[in-house]
Design a protein around this ligand. Structure first.
Ligand SMILES: O=P(O)(O)OC[C@H]1O[C@H](OP(=O)(O)OP(=O)(O)O)[C@H](O)[C@@H]1O
Ligand SMILES: Nc1nc2[nH]cnc2c(=O)[nH]1
Ligand SMILES: [Mg+2]
Length: 190
């Protein structure tokens, strides 16, 4: 449907295309680059697994402009296998280094209820970062349960469960290059 890949049979419709993601990522990287000009060693923190694609593309886009950045990864999970947040956040992998005094930019794929991010921001601030801001590629403004300060937002999308570009359903569909909504029968057979 979208580009002829075998997953397309499961996709009802595309919400954001690969080209739109590419364009927006470049735009966000330019904004961050301008705002952090002069900062040496910005620390990008990727929230695994969902943000893995966005981190890779965003970091490369930032690399065209600077400032120089380091990359670190946290794995936290609040969704389990389903489509609603449990609200219980588990750290599966912590940061490798101390972030005290560092300028941190959190790279997130999506802000839905806001539960994951509000937990993460509290966690990072408790570790004495000099500053913490968030870049989120997608946000569902009508789904937010806990308001979180997200300085850089790519796309506001409707309150629907989406997959692709890092976002999974039962660990599948993360490798889709676009973001879309699954056909109802996919949930029925899960
Ligand atoms: O705003 P919220 O309602 O908290 O939802 C957003 C979070 O949910 C997803 O992660 P998930 O817990 O599914 O883990 P994953 O990234 O490994 O898929 C997504 O990647 C965000 O981190
Ligand atoms: N795959 C996926 N994970 C999410 N986590 C929070 N919202 C979503 C969503 O819409 N899709
Ligand atoms: Mg998930």
């Amino acid at each position: 449907m979208a580009d002829g890949s075998w997953y397309d049979a499961d996709i009802d419709h595309v919400i954001i295309s690969e080209a739109q993601i590419r364009e927006k990522t470049a735009e966000l990287a330019k904004q961050v680059s301008a705002d952090y000009a002069g900062v040496d060693g910005l620390l990008l923190v990727c929230v695994l697994k969902g943000a893995v694609m966005f981190m890779a593309d965003f970091a490369r886009a930032l690399g065209r402009h600077g400032p120089p950045a380091e990359l670190d990864f946290m794995a936290i999970s609040s969704y389990g296998q389903g489509t609603t947040s449990s609200g219980v956040v588990r750290i599966l992998k912590d940061l490798d280094r101390d972030i005290a005094g560092r300028h941190v930019v959190v790279i997130e794929d999506i802000v839905d209820s806001g539960l994951t991010l509000s937990w993460l921001l509290r966690y990072l601030e408790s570790r004495s970062a000099a500053s913490v801001e968030v870049v989120a590629l997608f946000r569902k403004p009508d789904a937010v349960k806990v308001p979180v300060p997200v300085k850089y937002v790519g796309f506001d999308i409707p309150t629907e469960f989406v997959v692709g570009y890092g976002l999974d359903f039962g660990e599948r569909y993360r490798e889709l290059p676009y973001v879309g909504v699954l056909k109802p029968e996919v949930y029925a057979r899960a």
